[in-house]
Design a protein around this ligand. Structure first.
Ligand code: CP
Ligand code: NVA
Length: 305
């Protein structure tokens, strides 16, 4: 039976821990210039319905470093669901490739890909979630804090795909997860209920960002208008004005707090330069870890290691 990586909720804490161990091994090999090519002769098809820098580059570079080859399929190339059905694309790509990574609008389409493909599917973001990003983020938090529990992570901003994946991982590892957003911009309710009922983490939803960031170990933010919501940009800029992560807001966090952002950052909107460029910012370590974590996920799904 193949394993997909569509949502963190589908996997056990043991499996996630195994991926993190593998990540450390793969990262250390790369840092020490030790060749590691378990994907020799293997190919990964990458379907993109939305733009990307980090996801495309880290998967393409990662596959190459592992000895394999990745194919970039742009939004205009295969036009899944328009030129050809999602099920047929899944079946065809499975005949040529060992794995499919996809960045899509509809989460239902990702599930459909998983159902009809006979090779593993990796979710590179949907409107609902972004599990590879949050795997890299949690790995980065563990790395920087040197512990896997007893930390306060405060997400400031839109209750979007990033937050849904954080909620899913908060059901697997125990920490204090505080979400602060304007009313009407809360995360997916079913996912919130799932995370709360798992009983692993303490979850809080607050509408006052100053209260929320008090004594935070980590402050995280993301864009106010995600890909596909461009026409709401102005309306959202107004609604989120109080939720900018700036020098005044972060004063309430612990002095050695870490600032994180999945990037791309809209500097001057959800975060100011003084925060993103500060000593507390670990955004580029976070971006780098996308590479290492995703290599581990690919090695596990493709070779079973
Ligand atoms: N963080 C992230 O997924 O970046 P891209 O949209 O550039 O891939
Ligand atoms: N929430 C953002 C994440 C980008 C990596 C978006 O979906 O556009």
């Amino acid at each position: 039976m193949k394993t997909d990586f569509i949502s963190i909720a589908d996997h056990s804490t043991e499996w996630l821990d195994h991926i993190f161990d593998l990540t450390s091994e793969i990262k250390s090999r790369l840092k020490n210039n030790v060749r590691y090519t378990p994907l020799e002769g293997r190919t990964v098809a990458m379907i993109f319905q939305k733009p990307s820098a980090r996801t495309r580059i880290s998967f393409e570079v990662g596959t190459y470093q592992l000895g394999g080859h990745a194919l970039y399929l742009a939004p205009t190339d295969i036009q899944m669901g328009k030129r050809e059905s999602t099920a047929d694309i899944a079946r065809v790509l499975s005949r040529y490739n060992d794995c499919i990574m996809a960045r899509l609008f509809g989460h239902e389409d990702m599930i459909k890909l998983g159902k009809y493909a006979s090779v593993p599917i990796i979710n590179g973001l949907t409107d609902y979630n972004h599990p590879c990003q949050i795997m890299a983020d949690i790995y980065t938090i563990f790395e920087h804090l040197g512990r896997k529990e007893d930390f306060k992570l405060v997400y400031v901003g839109d209750g979007n795909n990033i937050v849904n994946s954080f909620l899913n991982i908060s059901a697997k590892f125990g920490f204090n997860f505080v979400i602060t957003c304007p009313e009407g911009y809360e995360p997916d309710n079913e996912t919130l209920v799932y995370a709360e009922s798992a009983g692993k983490s303490k979850i809080e939803l607050l509408h006052d960002p100053f209260e929320a960031v008090k004594d935070a170990d980590v402050i995280y933010t993301d864009v106010w208008a995600s890909m596909g919501q461009e026409e709401e940009k102005q309306k959202r800029a107004k609604a989120f004005a109080e939720f900018q992560v700036n020098a005044k807001l972060v004063k309430n966090a612990k002095p050695d707090y870490k600032f994180m952002h999945c990037l791309p950052a809209h500097r001057g909107e959800e975060v100011t330069d003084e925060v993103v460029d500060s000593q507390n910012s670990i955004v580029f370590d976070e971006a780098e870890n996308r590479l290492h974590v995703q290599k581990a996920i690919m090695v596990n799904l493709i070779t079973g290691k």
